[in-house]
Ligand binder design. Structure first.
Ligand SMILES: [Zn+2]
Length: 234
């Protein structure tokens, strides 16, 4: 039987979730929450590494973070679209894992797949709660919260999570993607220079420091919500 997840993070490619919120994931796992990542594609269009290698790397990163679930819908890399069949796959993943909170990539990003993924997940979160939508599949499920995490962009974060104590674990999870972030062009056979292996990890550290500065902590990850966040002041 599949256990209900507390948090489900959805990304276009393996490594998206780790880039945006690896610290937040680790923090909630440490707190005993069940966290899963669902990747939409195997990033088969990546310039470096093979699909088989990236699968191994994603599993290694999952172990570092202590994920309860890591799944992949196997949708086409650079072929993500708002097609009903693709969005339905995400809707069914949400119904399968019944998370309390869903995270998607922020809807502005230089990579078009991240933007498409963002819009797809928003549709899927909505459809998942409609009991007359795909009624003969899995029971409808309404998530409590839906937030966006940053991959390449940094915008005005509305929610900030202190990840100071989890930053090194986040870095370890990212380094598990050796073919993407660590192997340099010319160092290993067939590796070419990309934005990811030319100082990307340093950029993520600087971003997390900057977001931390806003909340007077060392490292933080920021999120955007389209709905107001209910706060109890006392
Ligand atoms: Zn990506």
């Amino acid at each position: 039987m599949i256990r209900q997840l507390d948090i489900l993070v959805i990304g276009a490619h393996p490594d998206d979730a780790e880039i945006g919120m690896g610290g937040t994931i680790a923090k909630h796992v440490e707190a005993g929450k069940l966290v899963g990542i669902c990747d939409l594609t195997f990033a088969e269009m990546s310039s470096n590494g093979t699909v088989a290698l990236r699968k191994e790397e994603a599993e290694a990163a999952a172990k570092v973070l202590g994920l309860s679930v890591r799944s992949n819908l196997g949708l086409p890399d650079r072929g993500l679209s708002m097609a009903k069949e693709q969005i339905d796959e995400i809707t069914l993943a949400i119904r399968k894992y019944r998370p309390r909170v869903v995270f998607a990539p922020y809807y502005k990003d230089r990579h078009p797949d991240h933007v498409t993924c963002s819009h797809m997940v928003k549709e899927a979160v909505f459809n998942a709660k409609l009991r007359n939508y795909l009624p003969d599949t899995l029971p409808a499920h309404q998530v409590d919260h839906f937030y966006y995490y940053f991959i390449n962009e940094i915008a005005d974060a509305q929610l900030i999570v202190d990840t100071s104590a989890q930053f090194s674990r986040k870095t370890d999870a990212l380094k598990a993607y050796y073919s993407q972030f660590v192997a340099r062009a010319g160092q290993a056979k067939d590796y070419v220079a990309t934005p990811l292996n030319e100082g990307y990890l340093e950029q993520i550290e600087l971003r997390d420091r900057l977001l931390g500065h806003k909340a007077k902590v060392k490292y933080a990850e920021g999120f955007v919500s389209e709905l107001p966040y209910l706060v109890n002041l006392f």
